[in-house]
Design a protein. Sequence first.
Length: 295
Amino acid sequence: MKEVRLEGMISTVVTPFDEHDQVDLDLLRGEVQYLLARGVTALCACGSTGEGQTLSLEESAAICATVVDEVAGRVPVIGGVIQNSTAQAKRYSLALKEAGVDALQVTPIHYVFSASPQETVAHYREIGEATDLPIVLYNVVPWALVPIDTIELLREVPQVVAVKQSGGDVHLLADLLHRVRDRFTILAALDDLHYPAFMMGAHGALAAIPTVTPQLSVELWNAVQAGDHATALALHERILTVWRAIDAPNLPATLKAALELQGRSPGLPRRPFAPATEAERERIRTALVAANLID
């Protein structure tokens, strides 16, 4: 298995869709370049921010191949897999390996039924053995969060190297850092709590907000590493202002509106989501001005 360094500020990449609901790979390349220029330490494609749950296997592979090509080895590329059976997750994972990703981000099974701890371990073991790529457990789904005791069992799967803790549970993040940070890289995906997560010892962040505020997020990480907590707190509050404006059930639309208002070209959200309304755009514009990101 290849060694991949997954720490610091990792941005997720949006998937731009055109008016026909097709992926626009040219716009995707522009987003990759924008994020790289702001110093992020890795990129993740086809995650939640990339609307990965909506993507076919062929679309996922094309997106990851495009990101890999555009990155050209400068930082690691993580490919996202959001599927609900081991067979499908393995198919997607193998396709993304063929596309050239350095690591995988894989959700647990999260449909109506819940996998047992033993079934969860078997799920990740089968994907790991099939791909032999580093795997980030994407612990995001609030009703299917993998508990700490099950995560400890994943020590048995050498390919599982990191846990991206999301799902809105800072308490689980605290437990992970306390109990398993010697075995797993722990990445925060609590977009409004990156500063305290770094203070608790998280190895970095892999989340939506560094896609919207990549430079501020990188500066926040660097400030904490330097022990400059006055600067870190000020950056946290600027980022928080933006996150509160975009955090909504239609996040694919509000997030892309935030990028567009900064002069970027993120494309449209995938249907059924419609573009952000004018009222939503005004709310986001106000927050971006308050954070000194636009005039």
